[in-house]
Design a protein around this ligand. Structure first.
Ligand SMILES: *Cc1c(COP(=O)(O)O)cnc(C)c1O
Length: 258
């Protein structure tokens, strides 16, 4: 903490109550979608996306049993991890997932505190993260390998761009990960383009599932499908998602970006 070593604030009881209720609603949606898809809840990891919300919210969520949090930007995430660790202690720290695009120059920072980076989208970033995670291990700043998923661009050519590699480029990025023992390839990630019909959305997640199957064919351990947000988690679960990234349905609409 740059300002002062103030003691961690107690989570506000009213806010904690609100978070608990919203978390329950999301858990009910996940449970219902699992029933419809014939899947087990245990197959799915819920990542609660705390970006733009304070570390006190993250601490309250941890106290409610959340084991995975998602963050978008390095600068915000880095500080929040420090504050969260001070508030909940090392033993209770959730896994930290970076889900937003990572600039190559941020790789060194991210590799020091992130458990997972979902947004691998180019070989240059693979090299930067591979080297950075390797030196973080050498320096004793991390023990486990940095887990990564490859972000797939699900938009049709020329459509809205939400980042990621075209489906045809996934195996090439996967091959770039392989030489780094500091990285562990876990699967694919995607954001569905906005404004799709239910039918189009299902088709989108189906394409992602095909990508995932192709990747798993060559990299057996890379079985994660990170897909599904507040608005489309049911459709993602139907298509085999293993990791949901849910923000606003739990934390509320995001405050304006600073
Ligand atoms: C913000 C964000 C989410 C969460 O979106 P919600 O609609 O608030 O659930 C999920 N994935 C990524 C990559 C994000 O940037």
């Amino acid at each position: 903490m740059s300002e002062a070593n103030h003691p961690p604030a107690d989570p506000d009881p009213a806010r904690t109550r609100e978070l608990r209720q919203r978390l329950e609603v999301v858990e009910q949606r996940i449970a219902a979608a699992c029933v419809r898809a014939g899947r087990r809840r245990e197959e799915i990891t819920l990542i609660v996306v705390t970006k733009y919300f304070p570390d006190t919210d993250a601490a309250a969520l941890v106290q409610l049993g959340v084991r995975d949090i998602g963050e978008s930007r390095d600068q915000e995430a880095r500080q929040k991890v420090v504050d969260l660790r001070a508030a909940v202690g090392e033993a209770a720290m959730p896994a930290v997932h970076i889900i937003g695009q990572v600039q190559t120059k941020k790789a060194r920072s991210v590799a020091r505190y992130a458990d997972v980076v979902h947004s691998l989208d180019r070989s240059k970033l693979v090299d930067a993260l591979g080297r950075a995670a390797g030196s973080a291990q050498d320096d004793g700043e991390r023990t486990a390998a940095l887990q990564v998923t490859i972000q797939v661009d699900l938009a049709e050519a020329g459509d809205t761009k939400r980042g990621g590699v075209a489906p045809a480029g996934v195996l090439e990025v996967a091959a770039a990960v392989a030489p780094y023992s500091s990285l562990q390839l876990r699967g694919v990630m995607a954001l569905a383009p906005s404004g799709l019909s239910a039918h189009e959305l299902a088709g989108c997640f189906q394409r992602l599932a095909q990508c995932a199957a192709q990747l798993r064919g060559e990299h057996e351990q890379a079985g994660w499908i990170s897909a599904g947000m507040s608005g489309d988690l049911e459709s993602a679960i139907a298509a085999g998602a293993t990791h949901l990234r849910v923000g606003s349905a739990i934390l509320g609409s995001r405050p304006p970006q600073r």
